[in-house]
Design a protein around this ligand. Sequence first.
Ligand code: HEC
Length: 140
Amino acid sequence: MKMIVSLVAALTVGAAAAMAQAPSVDKEIAERIAPVDKTCMQGDKCAAAVAAAPAASGGAPRSGEAIFKAHCTTCHTPGAAGAPKFGNAADWAPRIAKGMDTLYTHAINGFNAMPPRGLCTDCSDDEVKGAVDYMTSHSK
Ligand code: HEC
């Protein structure tokens, strides 16, 4: 009997919690079934953010140059913390000599003071590789 009582209590608490959640759930549903004209389509003014979405979330992959300019240049242009400088063949030659696969892996996973993905948390592997290709091909 005691078990049944606590079961009822648990159900009551559960129902109360569900009721307390109801307004936010309603709002969520309202957002999901919002009319089509509220949806941002590619090409619409509101779609700038959509177009900038990374490949990881289904958008077109950004170019190596774009990734470099948005993320890698911070350290690789001034040579911060010993980063090989963009455009500096002497800095890059010994790195390139290690093989591109090593550079890709180090760029994706990090290497000493080089942070994983150069701090571009939403970059796909291919986008990071593209940025490595961009830096190395402009630093020979
Ligand atoms: C916070 C600063 C910082 C940012 C941002 C950064 N890097 Fe680096 N990177 C470094 C440093 C420092 C090194 C040198 C690490 C070492 O050799 O010890 C380095 C080294 C590298 C190397 C050579 C690795 C090797 O094996 O010699 C590659 C490739 C590289 N970075 C790619 C990138 C790419 C691509 C981005 C942008 C997506 C990026 N980095 C952004 C700091 C940075």
